[in-house]
Design a protein around this ligand. Sequence first.
Ligand code: ADP
Ligand code: GLC
Length: 491
Amino acid sequence: MKKEFKQLLSDKGRKKLPDVLLAAAECAPLSKTGGLADVVGTLPKSLKELGIDARVITPYHRCIKDKYSASVEHLFGFYVNLGWRTQYCGIERLVLEGVIIYLVDNEFYFGDKIYKGGYEEGEQYAFFTRAVLEALPKLDFAPEVVNCNDWHTAMLPMLAKTQYAEKYGSVRWLLTIHNIAFQGKFGFDYVQDLLSVDEKYYTSEFMELNGCASFLKAGCVFADRINTVSPTYAEEIKTAYFGEGLEGILSARTNELSGIINGIDVKSFNPYADTEIAANYHKGRLSGKKLCKLSLQEQMGLECREDVPLFAMVTRMTEQKGFELVQFMLDELMSYNDMQFIMLGTGDKEYEDFMRGAEARYKGRLCAYIGYNEALSHKVYSGADFLLMPSRFEPCGLSQMIAMRYGTLPIVRETGGLKDSVIPYNRYTGEGNGFSFADFNAHEMKDAILLALECYSKPETMQALIRNAMEADFSFKKSAEEYARLYICML
Ligand code: ADP
Ligand code: GLC
């Protein structure tokens, strides 16, 4: 164990690192719609390397059953009361790369989509919350810290402290906010009906926000500590622009709020060993990256040209990701510059249709793959020259880190984790590992793209930037150490 942890523990009169359970709606590689899954899949592995027994509890989604049922062990089953409903709950166990994952089984709630949307999603995750609270005392594991993630699990601290006080008296609750824009807001009647929350908590002091019950607000009020996924976002969410109505409670709890930047799974995302890509490469030998580009162009129906700069986006297509700027500027960029563009993403219909239209206008130069495709994402990260991420807000962002790992230079807006992970190119000192712009403004984005194009025409500058990007350390080790410190200080 690290000396520092020994010292921190002995200050608390303890020798052993705390046992930790992470509760989350998704966990890669089992289930994934975005970066939350990557973090929940990777963090426990890195915590284990530090000596912490970290386990995960997550729904047994259809997509997990389809792929992993043969490796899953049934532990026990029981019935959960969800208001007037009585629902079956199975607890299964899966061991993945040494990490124990408890899977909450119920075919009605988790037999289809990871997120059902609307009120049904409220019931889905109210069930998960109740199931976790009922299952925990029955497990062969007694965590001292439960690390909740986002609104789906944010009701755990409140319910544990108000409805299960005798059972959970000594457990400490950490709420990690990956995205404050999703809060799980429902009518009070609905929350009463599902989780029997006492009416006295339906006030702005506890969980009321804009006339609704906000699961995430309840988490911010009742968790022992709160953290988010980058230091910059931890500051931003204390302001009205980013805070989504929670800036007040977060400012009030500023001493219990911190920001820990995520890392990525550097084993899964490794250009030197990745089996999904056309050729492997490393920072000292980039010829493989050129082959990846040609193979990607061919696969996506673009002109196979090594000399043309290839821009890409790999993303959920939502307002968060800055699609308004792309909509505004894409035609101007494509008309005046010799460049190619690949979009890999799915999300809001408006943006999907816009990109399909653009593909028709720029055949052979622009390709819009509307859908979720993990294998293709590796090909895009390795084959592109630049990754565009002009987010309106970005709690952390993993795509820009993955891109850098593959020597693809990010072009980002300076917000949240993008600001904390990308060092903008400085034409005077040559410093940097990407490009950035400050304001949420299409012309500022265009200027950053034009600077990237200028660098592309100077091979030496490009080489240096690519090397800087590939040398950056985005492994989860540093983040895991910060989580470990936080868990210890919560004891
Ligand atoms: P967010 O969690 O907000 O969606 P992140 O940048 O943190 O954004 O994480 C996104 C993750 O999801 C990355 O691992 C990215 O590669 C992956 N991803 C996003 N969209 C797609 C897609 N259409 N196909 C494959 N992977 C995707
Ligand atoms: C959320 C955020 C993203 C972050 C991810 C993992 O989905 O939108 O910025 O990287 O969670 O923490």
